[in-house]
Ligand binder design. Structure first.
Ligand code: PLP
Length: 370
């Protein structure tokens, strides 16, 4: 039997957790419409609300303010388009689901480590009079860099602006406390924490009014119509419960990531690992390999049986220049040669050794040394 590929692309999506699989298998045969008033409908409603509770426990949010959506993309769209804002401010490193949802947003720059420049944010806010929304991601999908959300909220509130954060990558990897964050809205997604694809949520603070993007049957308190994706919600809830019960998981993953970075730097003294000295997700490494294009590396890894990504992949499957790395203004090579390694709960030390060996082969092949 052929060996299964090594999966080191957890920031793109994660495998379904075993516990989630078991939970889903137990619910597959049920008729799942929580709006039906008969007993089976009421039982579906209970399953939906249990999932909402499991998520609320993980992020410390009001349970009733979790609005299920089809994923992080829809949650971001709902947050940005659902209010009457005269101005929207985003960072230049947001996910496309934020950047494309607002064509005329003002963009705040990041520094060479990928951290939002706070004085610039303050300056822009000081020159706005209207009803403003600031949308800055909690952690970046390509570099793993964690933004200073507390300071961002403090600055925004001085100017009466609301803050939304795309926490799709932060969820499950670092502690998130929605109530304490001061955020008005936050987007999350199940498939980054071991739940199924096609389910996410927008979490809102008390008092935030939203104009729904989807109207119809009035589900989710009229904020998102359409029969709820119960199986998705069950999977999301279970994944959230598993994460909440395993605080040690992230520590183990970070140790592995750090070991990988040490081994890689020993093997390639000239390798550049981005944002190593600022707060980063413990599972992510953005590696700039000198002299080898990201596309060449991704294809090389695929041949070696390792699945990972260039920072930015578009839906056509092509590798494009990374707008995130470009925004850091650290030269040309990082925008074309960066590979993202993202580890997860099934990652092992053996995989790291294989990864570094494969990198050596790919590098030597590209530089025609063998
Ligand atoms: N925001 C970030 C930071 C992401 O990494 C992703 C997924 O890659 C999304 C939003 C979109 O989430 P979804 O795939 O659930 O629509």
């Amino acid at each position: 039997m052929e060996n299964a590929p090594i999966y080191l692309d957890y920031n793109a999506t994660t495998p379904l957790r075993a516990e989630v699989k078991v939970e889903l298998l137990g619910s597959l045969g049920e008729p799942n419409n929580p709006s039906s008033i008969h007993s089976l409908g009421r039982s579906a409603r209970r399953r939906l609300e249990k999932s909402r509770n499991q998520i609320a426990t993980l992020i410390n949010s009001p349970t009733e303010n979790i609005i299920f959506t089809s994923g992080g993309t829809e949650a971001n769209n709902l947050a940005l388009k659902g209010g009457q804002y005269t101005d929207i401010i985003v960072s230049s490193i947001e996910h496309e689901a934020v950047l494309s949802a607002t064509s005329d947003a003002k963009k705040i720059s990041v520094d060479k480590d990928g951290i939002v420049i706070l004085p610039e944010l303050e300056n822009v806010l000081a020159n706005i009079n209207g009803n403003c929304l600031v949308s800055i991601m909690w952690a970046n999908n390509e570099t793993g860099v964690i933004q200073p959300i507390k300071e961002i909220v403090e600055i925004a509130s001085k100017y009466g602006a609301r803050v939304h954060s795309d926490a799709v990558q932060a969820l499950g990897k670092i502690p998130i406390n929605f109530r304490e964050s001061g955020l008005s809205m936050m987007s999350i997604s199940a498939h980054k924490i071991g739940g199924p694809t096609g389910i996410g949520a927008l979490v809102i603070a008390d008092g935030v009014e939203l104009k729904p993007a989807l109207v119809g049957g009035g589900q989710e308190k009229g904020r998102r119509s359409g029969t709820e994706n119960i199986l998705g919600a069950i999977g999301f809830g279970k994944a959230a419960e598993v994460v909440a019960q395993n605080p040690a998981e992230n520590k183990r993953i970070q140790k592995l990531r750090d070991l990988f970075e040490t081994k890689l730097s020993q093997c390639f003294p000239k390798v550049n690992i981005l944002s190593q000295n600022v707060p980063r997700l413990g599972n992510t490494s953005a590696v700039v390999m000198p002299g080898v294009l990201a596309e060449t590396q991704v294809m090389g890894f695929d041949l070696e049986g390792v699945c990972l990504s260039a920072g930015a992949a578009c839906s056509s499957g092509k590798v494009k220049r990374s707008h995130v790395v470009e925004a850091m203004k650290i030269g040309d090579e990082p925008t074309t040669n960066t590979i993202r390694v993202s580890f997860g709960w099934d990652s092992t030390e053996l995989e790291i050794d294989f990864l570094v060996d494969s990198w050596l082969k790919i590098y030597n092949r590209a530089n025609k040394k063998i």
